[in-house]
Design a protein around this ligand. Structure first.
Ligand code: GUN
Length: 300
């Protein structure tokens, strides 16, 4: 048996198609164009590549897309002033401050200063709290867990009653909101982490196994129940000198080839959860714009 491959690129493209249609309708019916502002501080090339991709996708969706680039020497006050200005800008419905910030800045103060209704990253405590209490309709849900849930639903539908889910990793950015989303969909959820004893046995019990630990190919075939759905959130750059001197490649937290022989469905890395994150950012920005003008929002 070999697993179904969950093609994140294709599924993200189908989400983006819906966002484009709904954006065109919002512009036509309400005269409102969704606006996304992305703020980046410093010159980190990987962060600039991510931010550029977000901007391109926003433009492709028909949004107003604005990028603010601050020098790596920018002060906390300068960044806070920019966020305050964007909070007050009626043309901007979504604000994303790219992380990580340079070490002298305090990211939490900045993130918590974004108006919750413009927090399209879903990182404000107001949105995290709504997710934790199951108020998914009222929240902007953090993009990576929201994207991972879309993939889970492709396999299992909306109701996960009777299914066991194990989330490995307990970060505020992913593990905690992911567990809350699975629980809200009626799964029986276990959160595992670096202090969990006998992690392979815990994972073995999962119908749905979600891994976000940042350790290359940690999850092996004998950790996985036959037929399970495996969602790999890790992106690890590893040495690939067999492809040539100095070459590297990206792998997930799951040993893909061996686990694919056991699982029922699995996400590849790259091309699984990654493309879903940016699609969810677009969907959140559209939701924020629709909410601002009172339009009904689609189910998250
Ligand atoms: N850096 C890497 N991924 C993300 C993300 O999803 N949001 C923000 N704000 N920064 C990031």
């Amino acid at each position: 048996m070999s697993a179904d491959i969950l093609d994140g690129k294709q599924i993200a493209a189908s989400v983006i198609d819906v966002v484009k249609l709904d954006t065109a309708r919002l512009i036509e019916e309400a005269g409102v164009t969704p606006g996304l502002a992305v703020v980046i501080v410093g010159e980190d090339p990987a962060s600039h590549a991510y931010v550029a991709a977000k901007g391109r996708m926003a433009t492709e969706c028909g949004f107003v897309s604005v990028q603010h680039t601050l020098s790596k020497a920018a002060t906390q006050d300068e960044l806070a002033a920019l966020v305050a200005k964007l909070n007050d800008d009626d043309a901007i419905h979504g604000i994303l401050v790219q992380l990580p910030l340079p070490g002298h800045l305090q990211p939490d103060l900045i993130i918590q200063s974004i108006k919750p209704e413009k927090d399209v990253d879903g990182l404000h405590v107001m949105n995290a709290g709504k997710v934790a209490t199951g108020d998914l309709h009222g929240a902007l849900v953090s993009c990576t867990p929201a994207g991972a849930m879309v993939l889970v639903r492709r396999i299992h539908g909306d109701d996960l009653s009777g299914l066991t889910a194990v989330v490995v990793g307990r970060s505020n950015l992913f593990g905690k909101p992911m567990s809350a989303l699975l629980l809200a969909a009626n799964a029986t959820v276990t959160m595992a982490h670096s202090r969990t004893s006998n992690l392979p046995a815990v994972c073995q019990g999962a119908d749905i196994l979600v891994v976000a630990v940042g350790r290359a190919e940690m999850v092996k075939a004998d950790w996985v129940k036959r037929g399970a759905t495996v969602i790999d959130v890790g992106i690890n750059r590893v040495d690939a000198s067999e492809k040539g001197t100095g070459k590297t490649c990206l792998v997930g937290d799951v040993a893909f080839a061996q686990v694919a022989a056991v699982a029922g469905a699995i996400t590849p890395v790259p091309g699984g959860v990654g493309p879903m994150t940016i699609a969810m950012l677009m969907r959140n920005t559209l939701h924020a714009a629709r909410r601002k003008c009172g339009a009904d929002i689609a189910k998250i």
